[in-house]
Each structure stands twice: as structure tokens, then as C-alpha cells.
Design a protein around this ligand. Structure first.
Ligand code: ZN
Length: 489
């Protein structure tokens, strides 16, 4: 059997067509044209906006004119990931900008051969097309929003202008578990800090070593911040702070990596007064034991060591090193507040992700997340305050809105009831402490009642991506039933 013959037939048919059209992020013109041509063929109103999103409008079905307009939303792009040995039909390395995805049925799932499948978010797109093409489904007015370039920074959602959408209920189709309804996400703001210092000549006769933090688990700074893992940058500066000015001078720091990753490793080069060296080594070993105890059950292979290092030419003046270490110890990090509406969900957090010195300046970066804008802003104000106390410059950039769970949302009530009526059980209501398009769309459309659902997709963004076939049929029935029972205007 072919993928296009699976049920629901229309949905899988559109999905199979999409697989033949290359559409990795930033190469979306062809898939955009495909949607535009589809809309025109079905006599539907279609526009492409400045953000390169496609909006297709379909009037209410007969007898459904009293229903509220529903915005259905899915993103057009896919993540291009192929196995190293994947070749195209001509035997050349697979090229996502030219070659067709090869979907195939594998037991109860659909996968691609050697590449990402694009079920994220192709199934959502295909479901929207099936609804737009249908003459049977009973639905109110539909605005179908096909967003551009979600996977590399949600560019389409950021490009959406106030007033483009008339609907005030939005159903996003980009979730990855069929039995879940997602009702919230976090927004974010980057803090970019610069701590200037005038390096001085390293003192003669001191012993040069490095202090290294290793073995931490790290992880995604949104999803995994709830684990309360150790932050390597914080561990390092906490270790050094009591010794700066006591016989230890800081030469350089380098910790963490990506702004959205909890730092796993950090390293400082220092020089130590010979008579203080034994004290310092004992203190670092003691700190390692303290950390192992403090993070028992969270981190199981913390390593904090003094290791040999080349002698540095220059060091931080002690006064500057102290200010820097105090700043790093003071700057907020980790979970700030848990959600009351949804127990177990982090509402606000911040990750002190990166610090690196270059002899003139220490560059540092934090990423703060929250589903509540005011809380995010206050955490940023605290980071600014710490920087001002320490004489560091700071710039806040890349701010985007979150989506705070509203447990009394009308579309949540409709969909939870619809799910129970169809499947005889309650859906799980969830939210994520990471960015979703809904947060950004809600930011330019205040008061938008939003929800997110989807089929069950495993291993998205990898060549193992697979979508469960039965979940697609359930997702489809659920979506149709939701439209049929949608709230009135
Ligand atoms: Zn997606």
C-alpha cells in the first residue's frame, strides 16, 4: 500500500504531494505557490503577506454562519536532516532543496527513507487543505494560516501584522502527541552582557593552573530547567570567589555554549601564590564534595578539578575579578516561578548560558523565559541591576511573547468535550516552557483564544522522524468534530 492510499485519503494524498515538493526552511517558495494554486483551484480567497505566510479564507458551511471564525494554523517548512549515507535517485548526496522525500509505511507508522519526513508540520498542513477542499464538513468561517520558516526562528509568525487575522480563536496543529492539548508556552528575552576590564601583567613566581567544571548534564534551557541541574558557570565562579584577592588571580574564563543550553562545562585559568596553593587545592576538592552532596539525585558525575595549565601573560586586576565573580554569583539563574494554573509547569526561568573572556572584555549571555510577560521583564530588570552594580554593559534583545495557560478558555472547553465524546477519555492538558508560534501570534493578536493539537510524531527533526498512522486518523476526526461543535460568535 502507498502512503497516499491511507485513511483519511484526502489528507494523506495532500501529504504525499507535499513530500514531492522540496520545502526545507528558507526554501519555501515552491510549497507556498502550491498552497496558493490549491486555494485558487478551490475558488478560495488567498493572500501571501509580508512575512511570507499564506492565508486562505473559506466562508462558513450552510447553517454554520453563527459560529465563531476559527484560525487553523500550521507551518510550511520542515527540518532537513538526512543520514550521512543518504543519496538521491541519481546516486548523489540527498539535497533537500531539490530531492523529494520518500515516505513509506513501516508497520503502524509512516517514515521517510533516510531523511526527516516532514510530518512536522506537513500533516497539519494537509489536514488544513482537506478542510478547505471539503464540501461535506460542517464548519464556521475558516482562516487557514500557513506560516513560513518556523523551524529556524519562527520568522513567519514574527512577520504577522496586527489586523491580518479576523478570527479570535486559533487552533495550531503543530503538537506532537495526539492525546494532548497544549494551552501554553513561554516567551523569551536574550540578555547580552559585556564586562570590560584592563588586564595587567601576570605576577612573577605564581603557579599557573586551570579550574575545570565538567560532567554536568546540561540540557535544553526551557524544557529541562525544571530538573534544577547545576550551572557550570555558576559552579566555577562560586568556587573561585572566596579565593580572589587571597592568593588567586583570574586570567581567563570560558564556560557554557549555546544560549538555549544549560552550561555543562566551564574553565578558568588562574595563577596561585605558591604559599596559598595547597589551601586552594584543598578548598576546590572540598567544594567538589559539597556540590556532589548538594546535587545528589540530580547530577551524578560532577567533576571540579584543578589541572595543569600554561602560564598566562596577563590577569584580571583583583578588583575586576571580584566584581566579575560577584556578578556571576548574583545574576539570576534557574527556575524563578512555577505555574499555579498548571501545577508542574515552569512559568518563569532564566539560564546564565555563556561567559567568555578575551583579554579586554568578558561576554556573557542569559536567556530568560516566561509565559507571563511581566515576570520575564522583571527577571531581565534583575539581570540589568546586577550588571549595573558590577559595572557591566547589558543589552536585551530578541524578545518574544509567551502564552499563559487559560484554563477557562472556550476553545479548550470545546476541544476537551469533543475529545471525550469521540474517544471516551479525557485528553491531557499540557503547556511547554519553550517558545511556540502561538506565543508570537497571540502577542500581536491580544485576546486570541488559542490551543494546539496534532497527531503523534516521534523523533521530529531527525532522520528517524515517524508519524503514527492511527493517530493521524484520530487527529483528523477530532479536528472535524471540533469544527462541527465550535463555539458560537
Ligand atoms: Zn513543527
Amino acid at each position: 500500500m502507498n502512503v497516499k492510499d491511507l485513511k483519511p485519503k484526502e489528507l494523506w494524498g495532500y501529504f504525499a504531494e507535499m513530500c514531492a515538493i522540496p520545502h526545507p526552511s528558507h526554501h519555501e517558495a515552491e510549497i507556498r505557490n502550491y498552497i496558493v494554486a490549491f486555494a485558487k483551484k478551490h475558488d478560495l480567497d488567498v493572500t501571501v503577506d509580508e512575512g511570507l505566510n499564506v492565508i486562505v479564507r473559506k466562508p462558513a458551511a450552510a447553517g454554520m454562519e453563527d459560529r465563531a471564525t476559527i484560525v487553523l494554523q500550521a507551518h510550511l517548512d520542515m527540518v532537513p536532516q538526512a543520514n550521512g549515507d543518504k543519496v538521491n535517485a541519481a546516486g548523489k548526496p540527498f539535497d533537500f532543496t531539490r530531492d523529494a522525500i520518500e515516505p513509506r509505511i513501516d508497520g503502524d507508522r509512516v517514515k521517510a527513507t533516510g531523511t526527516t519526513l516532514g510530518a512536522d508540520n506537513g500533516i497539519g498542513v494537509a489536514a488544513m487543505m482537506s478542510i478547505l477542499a471539503s464540501k461535506e464538513i460542517k464548519h464556521g468561517a475558516i482562516e487557514a494560516l500557513f506560516t513560513a520558516t518556523e523551524e529556524t526562528g519562527m520568522e513567519g509568525a514574527f512577520g504577522l501584522k496586527e489586523g491580518e487575522l479576523q478570527g479570535r480563536i486559533l487552533v495550531n496543529l503543530d503538537s506532537e502527541r495526539q492525546n494532548e492539548l497544549c494551552v501554553g508556552c513561554a516567551g523569551g528575552t536574550d540578555a547580552n552582557m559585556e564586562f570590560p576590564y584592563k588586564a595587567e601583567k601576570a605576577p612573577a613566581g605564581y603557579k599557573a593552573v586551570a579550574v575545570e567544571v565538567k560532567g554536568l548534564k546540561g540540557g535544553h534551557s526551557g524544557i529541562e530547567i525544571i530538573m534544577q541541574r547545576a550551572n557550570a558557570n555558576k559552579v566555577l565562579m562560586r568556587t573561585l570567589l572566596p579565593h580572589l584577592g587571597e592568593g588567586v588571580m583570574l586570567a581567563s574564563v570560558d564556560g557554557g555554549g549555546l544560549r538555549n543550553a544549560i552550561p555543562r562545562e566551564a574553565r578558568a585559568e588562574v595563577v596561585v601564590k605558591p604559599e596559598y596553593y595547597a589551601t586552594f587545592v584543598v578548598a576546590v576538592a572540598k567544594m567538589e564534595a559539597t556540590l556532589i552532596d548538594e546535587f545528589k539525585g540530580i547530577e551524578d558525575s560532577i567533576s571540579l578539578k584543578v589541572v595543569e595549565a600554561d602560564a598566562p601573560a596577563e590577569v584580571f586586576p583583583t578588583e575586576a575579578a571580584l566584581r566579575l565573580a560577584r556578578l556571576v554569583c548574583l545574576v539570576p539563574d534557574g527556575v524563578v516561578k512555577m505555574s499555579v494554573a498548571m501545577p508542574g509547569l515552569v512559568q518563569t526561568s532564566t539560564n546564565f548560558a555563556r561567559m567568555v573572556s578575551d583579554g579586554k572584555v568578558v561576554k556573557m549571555q542569559s536567556l530568560t523565559r516566561s509565559s507571563a510577560r511581566s515576570e520575564k521583564e522583571f527577571v531581565c530588570e534583575r539581570i540589568v541591576a546586577a550588571c549595573e552594580l558590577a559595572g557591566a554593559k547589558i543589552e536585551l534583545t530578541g524578545s518574544y511573547d509567551g502564552w499563559n495557560p487559560d484554563m477557562s478558555s472556550p476553545i479548550l472547553k470545546t476541544m476537551a468535550a469533543s475529545y471525550e465524546a469521540l474517544f471516551g477519555e479525557k485528553p491531557e492538558i499540557t503547556a511547554v516552557h519553550a517558545g511556540l508560534e502561538c506565543g508570537i501570534i497571540g502577542g500581536v493578536n491580544p485576546g486570541m483564544d488559542m490551543i494546539s493539537c496534532g497527531p503523534t510524531i516521534r523523533f521530529p527533526h531527525s532522520p528517524d522522524e515517524e508519524v503514527n498512522i492511527a493517530s493521524v486518523e484520530r487527529f483528523w476526526k477530532f479536528l472535524v468534530h471540533t469544527l462541527e461543535t465550535a463555539p458560537k460568535k
